[in-house]
Design a protein around this ligand. Structure first.
Ligand SMILES: Cc1cc2nc3c(=O)[nH]c(=O)nc-3n(C[C@H](O)[C@H](O)[C@H](O)COP(=O)(O)OP(=O)(O)OC[C@H]3O[C@@H](n4cnc5c(N)ncnc54)[C@H](O)[C@@H]3O)c2cc1C
Length: 325
């Protein structure tokens, strides 16, 4: 028995959510008094692979196969399942990222495993029961699921578990696989980033705005605040429907689900469909001129005020703070 963590990279670099997932997987390995093996697929520098040991990986399997350079759901799932079987891993951990959400159910089928996607806490293991707390109904609720199968797949929500350092360098082994032609029914030829800005699903801080901003010409102050805070920008659905912002920024039940440490909502009413995508945020700050706006009910901090007066003051205060820090 062992635990296998899929260490996802973006453009050859591990993201913070990967270190969170490795730390989380290490804690599960410790719960079960077993070892943690990481698997990396694609072109990642040797030093970065070795450094996964810092977060608890005791061995790193490196798959560098030209066919697997870019993410292909079915092919990656086959490789991870093969590594799990070859290493006797009965628990596979992933990040609940875009790729992780595609991989988890496929791994569930390949390993005949129960799947807990969107996990937000360590599993509880009492009296032979293995239960995991996870988000449900697009983040509107939490569910506690019991995984009764021998093999288990857990996809961890980004920002739900802290990065824990303490381990040392991990040995890296090549893991060679025969990439099966039947796994490549679709091929990603190239990935072109649409922006160099912080990626929304991984962002630790999100500055989001709604129809209260009146029009696309007023987004300069949203971008300025986001740049100052190192945040990603987001918006409500009507804003992207109106073409004020790209659809890739639309957050909510029918858009992207985010779980940042800080979500700042400006001129957004807080409709249930919007809240569905942001409810796992750690701290929610709401700026709205209507004191009765539903968003205030879920806010940790709220400012009742006109965004066009509050935002310039907030931007000035952040600048002043950064200058003095
Ligand atoms: C099936 C379905 C799916 C949906 N999915 C989503 C989804 O995924 N994401 C999503 O966001 N919505 C979704 N919606 C739409 C959702 O119901 C709301 O209509 C939408 O979230 C409202 O967007 P908003 O808050 O930007 O606009 P509004 O509801 O118009 O609210 C604007 C807010 O701005 C405030 N405001 C106005 N002027 C100012 C000012 N100067 N300063 C400060 N505050 C100001 C107002 O008080 C108000 O609270 C969905 C709806 C349906 C039916």
């Amino acid at each position: 028995m062992s635990v296998l963590i899929y260490a996802e990279n973006a453009g050859g670099k591990f993201k913070k959510s990967t270190f969170e997932a490795v730390s989380y997987a290490k804690a599960i390995a410790d719960q079960n008094k077993t070892n943690l093996i990481a698997i990396s697929i694609g072109d990642v520098a040797k030093d970065d692979l070795v450094a996964l040991g810092k977060y608890g990986a005791e061995k790193v399997l490196n798959v560098s196969n030209n066919k697997l350079k870019n993410f292909v759901n079915q092919a990656y799932a086959s490789v991870i399942a093969e590594a799990a079987n070859a290493n006797g891993a009965d628990i596979v951990v992933l990040s609940n990222s875009f790729s992780g959400r595609g991989l988890a159910p496929r791994l569930g089928v390949k390993l005949q495993a129960g799947v807990a996607d969107g996990a937000v806490a360590l599993p509880e293991q009492n009296g032979g029961k293995f239960t995991v707390k996870k988000t449900a109904f697009s983040g509107k609720a939490f569910a506690v699921v019991e995984l009764t199968s021998a093999n288990k797949v857990i996809a961890l929500t980004p920002n739900a578990y802290k990065v824990v350092e303490g381990g040392s360098a991990a040995p890296v082994e090549d893991f060679s696989v025969e990439a099966k032609a039947s796994d490549f029914k679709e091929l990603i030829k190239d990935i072109v980033r649409s922006t160099d800005k912080v990626s929304l699903p991984d962002a630790e801080i999100v500055v989001s705005a709604g129809r209260g901003l009146k029009g696309p010409e007023n987004w300069g102050m949203i971008e300025e605040l986001a740049d100052l805070l190192g945040a990603a920008t987001a918006c409500s659905k009507p804003v992207s429907d109106a073409g004020w912002r790209p659809h890739s920024e639309h957050v909510g039940q029918t858009g992207i689900a985010v779980s940042p440490n800080l979500y700042i909502a400006i001129g957004i009413s807080g409709a249930i469909q919007h809240l569905a995508g942001i409810s796992s945020s750690k701290v929610i700050v709401v700026i709205n001129k209507d004191a009765e706006a539903p968003f205030f009910k879920v806010a940790d901090y709220g400012i009742v005020g006109d965004a066009f007066e509050v935002l310039p003051k907030l931007i000035a205060a952040v600048k002043e703070y950064k200058a003095s820090a």
